[in-house]
Design a protein around this ligand. Structure first.
Ligand code: C5P
Length: 309
């Protein structure tokens, strides 16, 4: 018996970053949008906790107990007084260390898969609590859709989205470390009064309308200067996508993946093609958002209740 869970990647349509807090984290106004690139995590009973991974970037995924999927299984097992005797197999399609929450997706997916496999019956609140312990982006990987994350990004408020947005993601060679990008943000802002992070009402309105031309000018990422400082070549990738017809271009989260908002699915295909042939990225992927959060696959739909009798 095994359980497979599918989990989406995310793009930050707004990432407003405050000053470093005493605990080293940064307060955020983080508007997450889940997009249709997915990892799948399959949980199968085993003698002991074991992680395997397949996919084009599998070699870069740690298979030890630092993997968020392993930590998720351990945390759930500890809370419920049982062994974490599970084999977690990750089918990886989300870029590794790319700023699209691939590691967080695997943490949320493993948690949901183990809960279903072990029949733990953890409440949604308990699952979200464990997700927040695992990392700032992990709660959003569980819920998906679109949400405003405050605090360090873990306190979520669901957001209304009035349509599907079409994106292209240019995947760079190699990853960027999230702590390194935040440290570069701090370095670039030394001696500067960093304002409190606040969500943009214009951006939330454009999301609610489902209007890509209204959303495009409101996109922003305060980590972008730091990511560009560490990886200057990303500026060429951003310019290439803009020239090819993207409505807007920005670094996704801490990067180095770059995200391009397009008018529609056809335009996304054109921009992806231009990026692929430009040689300014390793690969380009199209995906639409919002996408649903972590989902157990192959679960029979609940039988509709009838009003008869
Ligand atoms: O929460 P998570 O483990 O994903 O964070 C990774 C690192 O990113 C943290 O150790 C910290 O350096 C940085 N970070 C931050 N402020 C946030 C989220 C992450 O400084 N709100």
């Amino acid at each position: 018996m095994s359980v497979t869970v599918r989990v989406p990647a995310k793009v930050n349509v707004q990432l407003a970053v405050g000053a470093a807090r005493p605990d080293g984290f940064h307060d955020l106004a983080n508007v997450f949008l889940a997009v249709g690139l997915y990892d799948e995590i399959t949980a199968t009973p085993a003698d002991e906790l074991r992680i395997t991974c397949e996919g084009p970037d599998a070699a870069q995924v740690p298979l030890d107990h630092t993997n968020l999927a392993a930590r998720a299984a351990q945390k759930l097992a500890e809370r419920h007084g049982r062994p974490a005797d599970v084999h977690l197999h990750i089918t990886k399609d989300i870029p590794v260390a790319g700023g699209m929450a691939g590691g967080s997706a695997d943490g949320a997916g493993a948690l949901l898969a183990c809960d279903a496999l072990w029949g733990t019956g953890a409440s949604r609140a308990e699952l979200l609590d464990i997700c927040a312990e695992l990392g700032s982006d992990v709660p959003f990987s569980l819920v998906g859709g679109a949400a405003l994350g405050t605090g360090r990004g873990e306190k979520l408020r669901p957001l209304e989205v009035g349509g599907s947005f079409h994106w292209v993601f240019a995947v760079a060679d190699g990853g960027l470390s999230t702590p390194a990008v935040y440290a570069e943000f701090d370095r670039l802002n030394e001696g500067v009064e960093v304002p409190e992070p606040v969500e943009s009402q214009q951006l939330l309105d454009a999301l609610a309308k489902g209007d890509p031309t209204a959303l495009a000018p409101t996109l922003s990422n305060d980590l972008q200067p730091a990511a560009l400082s560490l990886r200057p070549s990303l500026a060429t990738t951003l310019a290439t996508g803009r020239t090819a017809g993207a409505l807007a271009a920005l670094v996704s989260g801490s990067g180095p993946t770059t995200a391009f908002l397009t008018r529609d699915a056809d335009s996304a295909t054109d921009v992806a093609q231009a990026l692929l042939t430009s040689g300014t990225c390793r690969t380009a992927r199209v995906a639409a958002g919002p996408a649903p959060g972590a989902t157990v696959l192959g679960r029979p739909l609940p039988t509709p209740t009838t009003l008869e009798g």
